[in-house]
Write a protein that binds this ligand. Sequence first.
Ligand code: SF4
Length: 878
Amino acid sequence: MNGSGGELDGTCTTCPYCGVGCGVQARRDKLNTIQISGDKDHPANLGKLCIKGTHLAETMVPTGRLAEPEINGAPVTWAQATDHVAAQLRRTIAEHGPESVAFYLSGQLLTEDYYVANKLMKGFIGGANVDTNSRLCMASAVVAHKRAFGEDVVPCSYTDLEQCDLLVLAGSNAAWTHPVLYQRIVRAKQTRGTKVAVIDPRRTSTCDIADLHLPLRPGSDAALFNGLLTYLHDTDVVDRDFVTTCTEGGGEALAAARLELDQVAGLTGLTQEQLLEFYALFAEHRLTVTMYSQGINQSTSGTDKANAIINCHLLTGRIGAPGQGPFSITGQPNAMGGREVGGMANQLAAHMDFDPTHVDRVGRFWRAPAMAQAPGLKAVEMFDAIARGEIKAIWIMGTNPVVSLPDANQVNQALTDCPFVVVSDCIRDTATNACADVLLPAQGWGEKEGTVTNSERCISRQRRLTEPFAQAREDWRIVCEVAAKMGFAEAFAYTAPSEIFAEHARLTAFENQGERLLDLSHLATLSPTEYEQLQPTYWPAAQRPFANGRFATTNGRARMISVTLRPPEQQTSSDSPLILNTGRTRDQWHTMTRTGVTAKLFNHTDAPRLHIHPQDAQQRAITDGALVQLNNTLGVLRLRALVTEDTQPGVLFAPIHWHERFASHATVSQMVAAATDPLSGQPESKHAVVECQPLVAGRWVRLLSRRALDVEQLQTLQGMTYWATAPVAQGWQYEIALDDLSMLLPLLERGDCVTYTDSFDNDRILGRRAGHTQWLLFASGDLETLPALSHIQKQLDTELADWQKLATVTTSQQDVSAVICTCFEVREAAIRAQIDCGAASVEELGKQLLCGTNCGSCVPELNALLAQSVPRAVSAQG
Ligand code: SF4
């Protein structure tokens, strides 16, 4: 049933995290607690959820929520807040023109939110400075689609991943970033025998299913695919009919791409044998899908890289039919919906651009008084314009650019100096909110109604599961109230998201006449009841995109694009000899504003780790687990090292999620230069250059506290070197490096203390109040001699009360190995023990320990442990 609010007896909605767009069902159990499960009828996931989706209900808590509107930190009524925002925007526009204001949106917003914000800016304010954090995710793919196909249309669907014979995964660690889709691929490989080639500088969990892994040099993807285009042409793997009748530009593209094998090897760092193996695989399999993601897009030549991929599919005619095509997968849940309404600075609306015909058409449809005539500023340009004082008012909705945009320190400074900053968000304390003049409480997932579109063009409903928190309102309603107070009440008089969606659908159909594939005319007359009951719906409605060989260009032909190679903008030097790659961990999401409240999601990775190759580590005297500092001209990062051969010599990797609320010096984006693709404006987030050195800590502390410490006080403690925190079942855990332990103790809850000094001269202290242990702290000059945090958690559970018991706490490592399966909290040690007892497959491990039997996110790591056991077994026999 698709209920809304009230009784929850299986309300269908969608997961708010990644671009897979899984269907979710919500029920209330006898204790009135919301239970989440996968929607078996949703075509994206067929009942499956990954670990993040599984724990969605735990994020629906009041912890950290923004409860009421605020102006300059003081609570105000909604009427006061929206009066103030409307007046400030009006005044700024009157004094400095429409280009002096900007909206910065989020791929987490719903399509209806996006639509009204885009309409207000481009039709009524008269500027086009409306952009989105999706710029960081897939903007290069959007431009590549428009260049090649004439319209931003993703040619594939998830079923194509199950119907292809070869799947090329380029710049995508799908096992961690799109886990449910990855599980579909795994099952297809098992049943169909699909060949899988992974193109990634790192050996990621996705390589678990790779028949071929190409660990190419960072940034060299275009050379690899230009070489493939050359190879396909030279070996006559060309669909001549298709190329002749359905494409143009092939001759020029081939000439620009021409690279001999040895040249490709030199550029990519791959051997000629590796290249030939990949090229032959591609040549042999007509049913090929190339799925690509941020590893391709986040580059100063991301658009060219995507077009280099598309060129190979056009030359071989592998597009527009089942099991074939280039497939860009988005990172965010509604990046696609934002693209559909035109919520980006270089789009107008409904897949129309800024040519005069489109501006006139949209202006007539909206009855707009002040249509924008030209594209606005893309994300990085927008914040540069704020820094220069050209943009004087910005409204940020549902995103945290101070943490996520490149050159984050500069973004922070720009927002601090901006005369008027409004932020709508669910969360009270974010780095971006700290810069805001006005805070507007927005409804969170499970509180609002609307639609999202996933990576395969499937529109699904998000539905209300619970009453809104405090005074939180829907984003679309906040925008419409401000628009009304700016003098545009008639055009923004919506009373429900169904009315906005219907208008959006009508605009896609308006004077379309087959010009644009995005035509939602079949949804334009939905009644509120039909909207409420809307089932997952694909566009185009009639047939798969480009099935008839016609593209959305003026002459109907797809364009093969000439791609000339460009290196990444940041080049290593003697000061910054290492490349820093960035990306996601398995169980966290973006800047952790939601996943950061769920203790279980920290079981897999409880603090950021810097992946470094043993060779680089040895050269710098860095050992596994040691504290290291990264430097470049933009910032400083401090993390503990993970020495691993999964990354290449000369290339580091750090996760994007952590920032000042969870760890000191952990905002990775401050190390990334604001270099962007000249066509798409997408930043080169996967290619910073840095130096890395070990950092000496005076004293290491592991602490478990029932009460959270004030992280601002922690950060500014004298002699503080490093800290990282995570929620746990009992409260909060901390790992801290500092000069003087006595500086930390005043931050802890007051009460009586019990202290004990062990044989290593390490301090063990517990703090009590009213006879109950409130915190437990272990300190040492040597991190290795401290018990693991998970071990300390068990001690707090036993309510340690005196020093005799404190003295018995050991540094046993038996049960403190990493949690591999988060669903059933199965640790690596237990899995290794089962393997040593003879378990030889994931299925056997699942039978014994349950690991891998729920969401499947841990299956690649289970396979890696199984693979590691083979040499052990051989050497034992030997
Ligand atoms: Fe959500 Fe996971 Fe599905 Fe992505 S794969 S939509 S995070 S449940």
